[in-house]
Design a binder for this molecule. Structure first.
Ligand SMILES: [Zn+2]
Length: 148
């Protein structure tokens, strides 16, 4: 939180408010799914975060712990997987992963494209829970449950 020293606390706070509201939505959605699955508590949440989602992973992790307090998610771990930007190249006709978000051009042929295929998502990829009768359960985003 080096920003405090540089007198731009307002920027830090507005960033945190943004991430806190996302963290609250996330915790709420996961708690609901966990409850439906009969969870005693949630141990881990896997989240896909697009690099263009506007969410800072560090700030989100910080807010997650706050938002999780007093819920089934308290003490659980949030694992964030950053998703790179993928555009659809109109020339090649296939999705291409961008090495940098500074340049929206196909890395193969150089054609500019703004047809975003991936990179803005804030998506729960799966959650791990402890239920009354079973020690651990994994719930996937598609609703499938499996034993580890
Ligand atoms: Zn191309």
């Amino acid at each position: 939180m080096c920003c405090w020293d540089r007198g731009c606390a307002a920027g830090v706070i507005s960033t945190l408010v943004h991430e806190l509201s996302i963290a609250c939505d996330l915790v709420e959605a996961v708690a609901e799914a966990a409850q439906r699955a009969g969870a005693r508590r949630v141990t881990k949440v896997h989240l896909k975060l697009g690099v263009l989602s506007g969410v800072e992973a560090d700030a989100l992790l910080f807010c997650y712990d706050i938002a999780a307090q007093g819920t089934l998610l308290e003490g659980s771990q949030l694992e964030v997987v950053m998703m790179p930007v993928v555009i659809l190249c109109p020339h090649c006709g296939v999705p291409r992963e961008l090495p940098s978000i500074q340049d929206f051009r196909c890395p193969v042929c150089g054609t500019p494209s703004h047809q975003l295929q991936q990179g803005r998502e804030i998506e729960i990829d799966g959650i791990e829970i402890e239920s009354e009768d079973e020690p651990t359960d994994v719930i996937h985003a598609n609703g499938r449950q499996e034993k580890p």
